[in-house]
Unconditional design. Structure first.
Length: 133
């Protein structure tokens, strides 16, 4: 059930088990880490790239995709410190996940480690908390 049950036909056609074999091992390791270490209530801002669908399936956490309908998610991805601080006051997002193969990580996150703790990093994924721990 859940995301897989509701979208089984879509995943089977585009991202089924056969296609999952092409997932980089580092990306799979990141999803396992997310599943094992983040609370079930975590909401992760992601890009709108189709690979992010695996976060809900393998990481078992809610993704909050950046889109015009979610200006706060777009704000987190742009990397403007003042705008991020303002957006997180009303956003449901708790974390932000970057896919290194598809996007750059805005420097603001690394420049402010106390404000945005780095929780996980490997060759495929970078995960920050959107508020101090």
């Amino acid at each position: 059930t859940g995301a897989w049950g509701h979208n089984a036909r879509i995943f089977a056609a585009y991202e089924g088990p056969r296609q999952q074999a092409h997932m980089p091992p580092a990306e799979r390791a990141g999803y396992v880490w997310i599943k094992e270490h983040l609370p079930k209530s975590a909401v992760l801002v992601t890009s709108s790239h189709r690979r992010t669908a695996w976060l809900s399936v393998l990481g078992e956490r809610r993704r909050y995709r950046a889109s015009p309908e979610r200006p706060d998610a777009e704000t987190f991805r742009r990397g403007d410190l003042g705008a991020i601080q303002e957006a997180r006051a009303t956003s449901p997002a708790t974390h932000i996940l970057f896919y290194r193969l598809h996007e750059d990580v805005p420097p603001v996150y690394a420049q402010h480690p106390k404000e945005f703790p780095l929780l996980f990093e490997n060759d495929a994924l970078v995960l920050y908390a959107l508020s101090p721990l």
